[in-house]
Design a protein around this ligand. Structure first.
Ligand code: MLT
Length: 244
């Protein structure tokens, strides 16, 4: 049976060989919630970029794409969209390619890809169940494990990502996965909050920061559980929509 292991921060996956394994990247507040929602709204491709400069370079190759993302939580000057999931409406992103750069989430996605994982999937509370099923299907053959990568915040642990990892680990255990002690620890972190996801986000320093800069509504949005079935999946071109 495959094992599920959780990395509390992206730095911890540095020496891990993820070949033949699935990596699931989580940045609940807010990158993976926004990208999941962009695909639910009909976006066709989401290209993760390391930083503003890389996003601008990518735009030269995709002149019709929308430039999206944040620095310090705020929309980057001159970009089309910030990092509030609710901005990603069918009207704005339907049929569109988005180029996305965020402080931690897009870096964690690119980091997981560089460790050789395939596929790399994106998870948030919005699409937990769909990610669990896709992970199970991807590992239906012999070999391979699931690595859950918490994006954290500037290299530090984030409560909301670790709790979401625990919620995903619970779904994977129900599908027959063995839990590594790191996954069991994440599950124990999630359990006290399972009836109140919003409380996790309100208790997290980044959630508090987002509230302070005017994005309190994003916390409620990102606290929705299993409301979406899109599973962003990394390909050489960028993230594409898949669903179960
Ligand atoms: C990140 O990548 O660190 C986040 O998505 C930041 C944010 O809340 O916009």
């Amino acid at each position: 049976m495959p094992t599920v292991k959780v990395f509390k921060t992206p730095g911890l996956m540095a020496s891990c060989d993820m070949s033949e394994s699935v990596a699931v990247v989580i940045d609940v507040l807010r990158a993976t919630s926004s990208i999941v929602h962009a695909f639910s709204s009909g976006s066709r491709l989401a290209i993760p970029a390391m930083n503003r400069q890389a996003a601008l370079e990518t735009k030269k190759l995709y002149p019709n794409a929308l430039l999206c993302g944040e620095e310090n939580g705020m929309k980057i000057q001159g970009f089309d969209l910030g990092n509030s999931p609710k901005e990603y409406t069918p009207k704005k992103v339907g049929g569109k390619t988005i180029i996305m750069t965020t402080s931690n989430g897009t870096k964690a996605i690119l980091g997981a890809a560089s460790r050789g994982a395939s596929p790399v999937l994106l998870c948030s509370f919005l699409n937990l169940l769909a990610v669990a099923k896709t992970t199970r299907e991807a590992l239906s053959g012999p070999g391979g494990n699931a690595f859950i990568v918490c994006s954290g915040s500037d290299g530090r642990f984030s409560l909301e990502d670790f709790a979401c990892a625990g919620a995903l680990a619970r779904e994977l255990e129900a599908l027959g996965f063995c839990l590594h002690p790191t996954a069991r620890e994440a599950l124990e972190c999630f359990e006290p909050y399972q009836g109140d996801i919003l409380k996790i986000l309100q208790n997290s320093p980044h959630g508090q920061y987002l509230k302070d800069i005017g994005f309190e509504d994003d916390l409620a949005f990102c606290a929705n559980i299993n409301t979406e079935t899109s599973v962003p999946t990394l390909t050489p071109e960028g993230l594409i929509y898949t669903s179960t």
